[in-house]
Design a protein around this ligand. Structure first.
Ligand SMILES: Nc1ncnc2c1ncn2[C@@H]1O[C@H](COP(=O)(O)OP(=O)(O)O)[C@@H](O)[C@H]1O
Ligand SMILES: O=C(CO)[C@@H](O)[C@H](O)COP(=O)(O)O
Length: 491
């Protein structure tokens, strides 16, 4: 949660944590009611920290994880836990869609292929496996739109988030009647869709009582976390591209017109900038790889970090900085949650390749940072193949807080990269969208010009670039060799 003034100064930030439940392999779920409880706490905290009066708040912009499916009954109650973007159980539903609707039709209707991460496949899974839940459905929402529903009572979404449902006609920026007809999904289940800065409603009395906000505070459409993060990093013009290491990893490029990778390895979605599009490649477990490693293999550092009030990732990164580039030949494939770009393979698995007796934990941490960056390079290459200009790369997400991870990225991409002043990408972007929607700024582009400043520039070094080029070739070969084996582990 972030509170920003109209000059772009961040007045307060607050964070609330909650777990992802992985009850079975491939499964990832969360309870939307927990999101709402935590949101209420976080709103109260930012108001308190900032010392602002809630009646000075002009508007609210929403952002959140994309694709995840929230199903509501006719009373607006949550029917079952949300099935998340990182959940990979629905490849059979994708296969069914490709067979019955046709993959070329799906690409034509939605500009994207059927992937297990996308919302419609999760809805099909409920139809197939939980018919008792399916028959209760009256509305479906995305995560930030569930928060909107709690705040305002409105069922609404925005074009960027709707793009990741596989039910949206991305080219024409409205729901796809063709997809809904073929999947027999009543269009009344879908929220209305607006451009990201448009107003969608106002805070209602119940939400005001829970959050400390004023009744009637304006709520704009907002955007999915990646499009909103792009606004927060100034990716609002051709040539400026971001590489974000959050839990997932995303390389995001602005596009004036819709562009598509023929094999659907990059997502083609509407941007939060009205009338614009973007493409992005996604690494399923980017920061998520380091998060997993820290949790499983660095419990003492986790405890120490809490005592020192330091970030566990800082402690691990300091250790990793002690070993040389290339991690002495240890190569990591970050496929802990399967992979999207470039393989579109939910059954891929992570690999540490080349382990020897000389390897210490520091090599594993550095190897993770390098492997994740190789994966993001895959996305960057596909964006280059689409002939989209890459004049400037901006790094963001938790990974950009690490000097080491920024240096690794510059050397693996073989290009200079920059960080920006605000490291609150998606929340900062949502605040900018709220500012545009409530008339504090003229439009998204000029607000970004005004508010987003470069912080630091990293330049690649020739020897490390050459070393990483050689290692990248090995990285790519490992997946090709292992691919036939992955399917033997399907459970
Ligand atoms: N100081 C740091 N050094 C290295 N990596 C970091 C650091 N801080 C955060 N990270 C990485 O960033 C991830 C969180 O990024 P963030 O953008 O906050 O995630 P989310 O996608 O959940 O919004 C962590 O899982 C971790 O891998
Ligand atoms: O799946 C995608 C984008 O397609 C992710 O962006 C999720 O929307 C959430 O990722 P984090 O922000 O937690 O990394």
């Amino acid at each position: 949660m972030l509170l920003m003034d109209i000059d772009g100064h961040i007045l307060a930030v607050s964070t609330e944590r909650y777990e992802v439940l992985h009850e079975r392999p491939l499964f990832a779920e969360q309870d939307p009611e927990v999101w709402w409880e935590k949101t209420c706490l976080a709103i109260r905290k930012v108001i308190e920290i900032s010392g602002c009066s809630s009646d000075s708040i002009q508007g609210i912009g929403l952002t959140g994880q994309m694709h995840s499916l929230v199903v509501l009954d006719s009373d607006g109650k949550v029917i079952r836990p949300a099935i998340l973007w990182s959940d990979q159980r629905t490849q059979p539903e994708c296969d069914w869609m490709n067979e019955h609707i046709g993959s070329s039709h799906i690409l034509r209707f939605t500009a994207n292929p059927a992937l297990p991460n996308f919302t419609a496949t999760k809805l099909q899974w409920i139809r197939q496996h939980e018919p008792y839940h399916f028959k209760k459905i009256a509305k479906i929402l995305l995560p930030k739109d569930y928060i909107r529903y709690c705040l305002t009572g409105e069922y609404a979404s925005d074009v960027s988030d709707a793009s990741g449902t596989l039910l949206f006609d991305v080219r024409n920026r409205h729901w796809s009647q063709e997809m809904c007809e073929r999947l027999e999904i009543p269009m009344e289940w879908l929220p209305r869709v607006l451009e990201s800065p448009e107003l969608t409603g106002t805070v209602n009395p119940t939400a005001a009582a829970k959050t400390g906000l004023q009744i009637g505070t304006k709520v704009v459409a907002g955007a999915g976390d990646q499009a909103s993060g792009a606004v927060g990093n100034g990716i609002v013009r051709s040539g400026v591209v971001s590489s974000t290491i959050g839990t997932s990893g995303v390389v995001f490029a602005f596009a004036k017109n819709i562009v598509q990778d023929e094999q659907g390895r990059l997502h083609s979605f509407c941007h939060a900038v009205p009338g614009a599009w973007h493409v992005m490649g996604v690494t399923q477990a980017a920061g998520g790889s380091l998060q997993w490693y820290a949790k499983q293999f660095a419990p003492l550092e986790q405890a120490l970090a809490e005592t020192l009030a330091e970030d566990v990732y800082n402690l691990l990164a300091k250790e990793a900085a002690q070993v040389a580039a290339g991690s002495e030949g240890l190569v990591y494939l970050p496929y802990l949650l399967g992979e999207r770009t470039p393989h579109l393979d939910p059954y891929a698995r992570a690999v540490f390749f080349g382990v020897t007796v000389r390897h210490k934990r520091a090599h594993f941490v550095r190897g993770i940072m390098e492997g994740v960056s190789f994966s993001l390079r895959d996305s960057l290459s596909l964006i280059e193949d689409l002939q989209l200009p890459i004049e400037e790369i901006r790094l963001s997400g938790g990974g950009a807080k690490s000097d080491l991870w920024c240096s690794i990225q510059t050397n693996i991409y073989g290009r200079s990269v920059h960080t920006v002043e605000s490291d609150e990408g998606p929340a900062f972007g949502a605040a900018i969208l709220a500012g545009v929607g409530t008339g504090c700024f003229v439009d998204v582009e000029s607000a970004c010009d005004l508010l987003i400043m470069r912080k630091h520039t990293y330049h690649p070094q020739l020897d490390e670039m050459n070393l990483y080029n050689r290692q990248y070739a090995v990285y790519k070969e490992i997946y090709e060799l292992l691919k036939p084996l992955y399917r033997k582990f399907i459970s």
